[in-house]
Design a protein around this ligand. Structure first.
Ligand code: PHE
Length: 340
């Protein structure tokens, strides 16, 4: 019996399964209920006492060898199956490559730029890390004046003269230092304020600043420019309303509301049942600001405005939480494919 087992062990070691079918036949032949192994265990009962130990050992060796071979065959066919599927089945559909989409803030910003380009305002940009002169002092924020508290500022710890710009109005100064009137441009960009983040406020957002300086520029020009802008961005029936306000760098100053684009002015929760929503700050450039940039304020006048881009996007897309713009959740972002 011992020789018989040794012979089977050799057979099993040499056997190669050519197919999955062969492997299964092998398993049934040796490990099946009526297979060889069970037969051998049945015969084991008649083995003489002195041979029992050695024969038992051989039988156990055979059993674990068989189990190992069956497992090897199975694993081999499985991996072959996987690799042949990915290489050779040309009828399978290809992987879907998702195309990207523009960020809603970019879509709205591009549209704003387009509208102002049509009115002859080219785009200019400048730095986000500003000094006190360009962000505040040249814009008529007196030192120690409470107006500086209007915007909570991120200062650089080692140098309180340097800060992240709190508005794009700083680019008005940069632009007027480099260009002499007549001048007209818009300045889009990021601005930073030290604010607690909530659905309605963020420490980072975008503005589009506008500036026009020439002889005889009047408040009527400002109003007409902004009316055109509002009707291009929303629809031709959009109305505007200017309310007196205060900014250190404009005089007179105003805030502009548009008739609520959601309810058409009838009153809803977006406009808090007033029919109007605020979209920007504006005014006539203060003569002192022109003088700070060496522009003769007796000869020239100008207007300026600053529009919040996220604010426009909230209204255009009826989104109720500013934070969504900065979380970069693709499920949110990919909804905005079309230009407004
Ligand atoms: N800089 C102002 C703000 O951030 C907006 C503004 C710009 C107002 C230009 C008047 C003129 O609130």
């Amino acid at each position: 019996m011992k020789d018989r087992i040794r012979q089977i062990i050799e057979e099993v070691k040499e056997y190669r399964a050519g197919s999955e079918y062969d492997a299964e036949a092998f398993r049934i032949k040796y490990l099946g209920k009526k297979g060889l192994l069970n037969d051998l265990f049945a015969d084991f009962k008649s083995v003489l006492a002195e041979d029992r130990k050695e024969t038992g050992q051989l039988l156990n060796d055979l059993k674990s060898l068989l189990q190992k071979r069956v497992d090897q065959f199975k694993a081999g066919f499985k991996s072959q199956e996987a690799s042949s599927a990915s290489f050779s089945d040309l009828s399978l559909p290809v992987d879907f490559q998702e195309t990207g989409s523009r960020h809603p803030v970019s879509i709205v910003l591009n549209k704003m730029i387009e509208v102002f380009n049509k009115l002859g305002f080219p785009v200019a940009e400048d730095r986000e890390i500003e000094d006190d002169w360009h962000n505040f002092t040249a814009l008529n924020f007196p030192l120690d004046h409470p107006a500086r508290d209007m915007q909570d500022t991120f200062f650089i710890e080692t140098n309180p003269d340097i800060a992240l710009r709190t508005h794009t109005s700083s680019v008005q100064i940069r632009y007027m230092e480099k260009h002499k009137p007549p001048l007209r441009a818009i300045f889009p960009g990021r601005v930073y304020r030290n604010e607690a983040i909530s659905a309605r406020a963020h420490c980072l957002f975008h503005q589009v600043e506008g500036l026009y300086v020439d002889k005889n520029v009047s408040f009527a020009d400002l109003k007409q420019t902004l009316l055109y802008f509002a009707q291009e961005m929303f629809d031709a029936n959009t109305k505007i309303r200017l309310r007196p306000s205060f900014f250190p760098f404009t005089e007179p100053s105003a805030e502009m509301d548009i008739s609520c684009n959601i309810c058409g002015g009838k009153g809803c929760n977006i406009c808090k049942y007033t029919g109007w929503v605020e979209i920007l700050g504006c005014g006539m450039v203060d003569p002192a600001v022109l003088e700070n940039c060496n522009i003769d304020s007796k000869e020239y006048t100008g207007f300026a405005f600053g529009i919040g881009v996220e604010r426009m996007a909230l209204l255009l897309y009826q989104i109720n939480d500013l934070r969504l713009f900065f979380e970069n959740d693709l499920r949110f972002l990919k909804q905005f494919r079309s230009v407004v």
